[in-house]
Ligand binder design. Structure first.
Ligand SMILES: CC(C)(COP(=O)(O)OP(=O)(O)OC[C@H]1O[C@@H](n2cnc3c(N)ncnc32)[C@H](O)[C@@H]1OP(=O)(O)O)[C@@H](O)C(=O)NCCC(=O)NCCS
Length: 380
């Protein structure tokens, strides 16, 4: 490697022109605009580093931190042609890893075009491991390889279930979208559609929740899963009417209570087991290890500062983290990849999986009745 000296520093507003010019020279599609650079220079939740060579901007790396999780993502990296082969990209990625570590991140992820040999060699040389392929990822329809590096520990031992991700199509259908992910992943014969999403919502909704449409009740979701031939088990850590505190209007409160009662009666009639207890992380792990999937209600506070009840799927775990599939990208800039296998540190998950002032903790575990039908094995 060359010993040509270069300087790495944080990007500043004065770099905007040079960054935009470098971007346009480096990429034919999927370019960051000047406006995007301006945004990323002024915002938190990111590391935007540049390299200067002979006093001129020669390269940059943009790493975005996913709020509320331990995940960081290399959003973009480019080195000017005149500065390539000098080890600048390598130094920028290493500096980006350090910045991410300093920010409490455990994993760095990225996507790279399947034909970008230089970048693939760079990432593999730096210890990134391939963990997936994403079809039709770029604007010009090229496929992307997905890479991940555990930046805190040597051996991550990630165990994950292959869970297909689906985006919720309305603000209030996180429950159905999460349930569809789980049901499809357990049995591919179940095909998610928007019609299914809405049907599930109509079966499981509390009718009202906070100030808007109702979200889904854990028992409602459990009954809906059972109705479709899955084996379901509900966990709720309290016996009163769920979600009633968030509703102000007395008439709405009565309706929420009536719906809650109906779900409990139906659960009894249809032998849906309800455990009135706090579900522990160990119970979740055991369920996953035994071929089941779990939906968990979280509060979105740590992710978006709004205290919204939100259903997600637990898609994996390791010693430090639980991994979730979130059906709702919370930001226009988030890709669906950002919503899959999101690492949440165990202690953060404990806080996140409680909702409201009553600290409601609820989950739904579902499995197929015949275990031989499952794909079973965890990915290493
Ligand atoms: C990919 C890119 C960032 C590499 O930048 P660079 O500063 O030249 O890379 P480095 O000098 O730090 O090289 C580090 C390692 O990357 C790999 N690498 C870099 N360029 C390579 C090439 N042309 N062919 C094969 N491997 C290459 C090598 O493993 C190299 O290590 P080595 O020198 O010990 O062999 C640069 O070519 C670039 O900006 N390309 C266009 C934009 C782009 O593709 N960005 C990545 C998007 S994911």
């Amino acid at each position: 490697m060359s010993t040509t000296p270069f300087l790495i520093r944080a990007a500043q507003a004065k770099d905007l022109d040079a960054l935009t010019a470098l971007e346009n020279q480096s990429f034919l599609t999927d370019r960051l605009s000047r406006r995007s650079f301006k945004h990323w220079i002024s915002t938190d939740h990111r590391a935007l580093l540049v390299a200067e060579l002979d006093g001129l901007l020669a390269a940059y790396i943009l790493i975005i931190y996913h709020p509320g999780t331990r995940l960081a993502r290399v959003y973009s990296l480019a080195v000017a042609e005149r500065a390539r082969g000098l080890g600048i990209a390598r130094s920028l990625v290493i500096a980006g890893e350090q910045a991410s570590r300093d920010n409490g991140r455990l994993y760095l992820r990225l996507e790279v075009s399947v034909d970008n040999t230089a970048a693939i060699k760079l990432y593999e040389a730096l210890g990134f491991q391939k963990f997936g392929l994403y079809h039709d990822y770029y604007e010009d329809h090229r496929d992307a390889l997905r890479y991940q590096k555990c930046i805190r520990r040597y051996h991550p031992m990630l165990q994950q279930r292959p869970v297909q991700w689906f985006r919720q199509t309305t603000r209030f259908t996180c429950g159905p979208a999460a349930l569809m992910m789980a049901m499809h992943s357990l049995d591919a014969r179940f095909q998610p559609t928007q019609a299914q999403e809405l049907t599930l919502w109509r079966e499981a909704t509390t009718i009202f929740m906070t100030s808007g449409h109702g979200g889904c009740h854990p028992i409602g979701l459990g009954l809906a899963a059972q109705q479709r031939g899955f084996v379901a088990e509900v966990w709720i850590n309290q016996s009163g009417t769920l979600f009633i505190d968030g509703v102000r209007d007395e008439q709405k409160k009565q309706i929420v209570q009536l719906v809650d009662n109906c779900f409990k009666q139906q659960a009894e009639q249809q032998n849906l087991p309800i455990n009135y207890a706090n579900i522990t992380q160990d119970t979740l792990f055991n369920a996953l290890q035994n071929g089941a999937l779990a939906l968990v209600l979280i509060s979105t506070y740590s992710m978006d500062r709004k205290k919204t009840p939100h259903w997600v799927v637990v898609s994996g775990f390791d010693k430090d983290c639980l991994y979730i599939h979130d059906p709702d990208p919370d930001d226009q800039r988030q890709s669906e990849l950002d919503c899959q296998y999101i690492p949440i540190a165990r202690e953060d998950f404990e806080r996140m999986s409680c909702f409201g002032k009553n600290r409601l903790r609820t989950a739904l575990i579902i499995r197929t009745p015949d275990k031989s039908r499952l794909s079973g094995d965890f990915l290493a």
